[in-house]
Design a protein. Structure first.
Length: 372
């Protein structure tokens, strides 16, 4: 089959690889219909994780069940399914408590930003382990394909960012980053009844999308985003803040990486006793970090100010399974249409060019869906 294979930093290619087979009775093989490129793939693509050349990318996968292992009880051949980006066992303590992003069985060493032991789904087929637990069944047919594809990661992750911030209906919120995750966080806050939603970025097409959904765009390339927000609010801070940027945050010129810049801004802009949700990725080791401390995951930020303001913060990967069933139902009922974020639907064979353009955040490449 064809699959997107990581060659070396800034290079992927579509190669012939062996088709996956059932390795355990709980597996299914899914024929992929849609697989998305994610900002998280870019950290690997840029050589900024432990990902090794030769792996197949793709953690945002949906498709049709093609083969069913003998231990699978709930799924049938031809079911239409979407998988959470983080594989989980469904049986360990964290899984039982709904914290599937922290499954201790599939992530004993917590190495998941580099795909762990799993082959990705930017391919014609993907193997799904613990399939009864991981695959979410969708209505048959082709309706809402783009919306459902976003249930694998960014819609739940944006929602999770808002959840981590402690957000309550009626509150104001700022989201740093208008990439797919940030836009989904802003959209989730709007669905959940935010009074004011600010979205900070420097990429014009992305700020435009934020405006389209009713958020207030803030361009941090022109001046300090915290001052801009506090001015608009007549001197007041916001209740909640979401970091949808992570460790590769840049300063206003867009050129210099500054891993602490968003955390610093959030601590300034959120009101005392407010909350910060941090779904943006931070890593314990970064081969391309701008300084030796950041290379070991040490990020300096004003903890004293955070303490003084009594801020809460929540971090970590999204427990996709805690949300995806309900977000699926919001899509089916017509109350959510996250696919406004999709900029490109391309053939799998266009992956190399798509990665390059998405990585440069040019030509309006916001969210790319690949169809094998
Ligand atoms: N927690 C999770 O489960 C989870 C899941 C998916 C993605 N992520 C992470 O979330 C982050 C965002 O993902 P994405 O797909 O939207 O990525 P992306 O790279 O497309 O978007 C990041 C955006 O941040 C903007 N940005 C950079 N520096 C900034 C700054 N100082 N202030 C404001 N904006 C700034 C960039 O211009 C870009 O538009 C990534 O770190 C990704 O790895 C986490
Ligand atoms: Zn993703
Ligand atoms: Zn588990």
């Amino acid at each position: 089959m064809r699959a997107v294979v990581y060659q070396k930093p800034f290079s992927v290619s579509v190669d012939q690889v062996p088709k996956p087979t059932i390795l355990h009775p709980d597996d299914v093989i899914v024929k992929v219909t849609t697989t998305c490129i994610c900002g998280s793939d870019l950290h690997m693509y840029e050589g900024r994780t432990a990902a090794k050349p030769g792996i197949i990318f793709g953690h945002e996968n949906m498709g049709i069940v093609d083969e069913v292992g003998s231990g699978v009880t709930l799924l049938k051949k031809d079911d239409r399914v979407v998988m959470p980006f983080n594989v989980a066992c469904g049986r360990c303590t964290n899984c039982e408590e709904g914290r599937t992003a922290f499954c201790t069985i599939v992530n004993p060493g917590f190495g998941y930003v580099a795909m762990g032991p799993y082959s990705g789904g930017q391919a014609e087929y993907v193997r799904v382990p613990f399939a009864d637990f991981n695959a979410l069944v969708l209505p048959p047919g082709i309706e809402h394909e783009e919306d459902f594809a976003l249930l694998a990661d960014i819609f739940p992750t944006g929602w999770h960012g808002v959840q981590l911030s402690g957000f309550r209906p009626g509150e104001s919120i700022v989201v740093f980053g208008a990439g797919p995750v940030g836009l989904m966080a802003a959209y989730s806050a709007i669905i959940r009844g935010a009074s004011d939603v600010f979205v900070v970025d420097r990429v014009p097409e992305r700020l435009e999308k934020a405006k389209e959904i009713g958020a207030i765009p803030i361009d941090f390339s022109t001046s300090d985003p915290v001052d801009q927000i506090i001015n608009i609010r007549g001197g007041k801070e916001v209740d909640r803040g979401v970091d949808a940027v992570g460790y590769q945050a840049v300063s206003g010129d867009g050129k210099t990486e500054q891993p602490n810049v968003v955390l610093e801004a959030l601590i300034r802009v959120v009101r005392p006793t407010g909350g910060l949700g941090i779904p943006g990725l931070y890593v314990p080791s970064d081969p391309g970090a701008p300084d030796s401390a950041a290379a070991q995951g040490y990020i300096s930020f004003p903890f004293g100010k955070l303490f003084e303001k009594g801020l809460s913060l929540g971090t970590g990967q999204c427990n996709v399974k805690a949300y995806n069933r309900y977000l699926r139902d919001l899509i089916i009922s017509g109350r959510a249409k996250p696919s406004f974020v999709v900029s490109h639907n391309l053939k799998l064979d266009s992956a190399a060019e798509a990665y390059e353009k998405f990585d440069k955040r040019i030509d309006g490449y916001t969210k790319v869906l690949l169809h094998p």
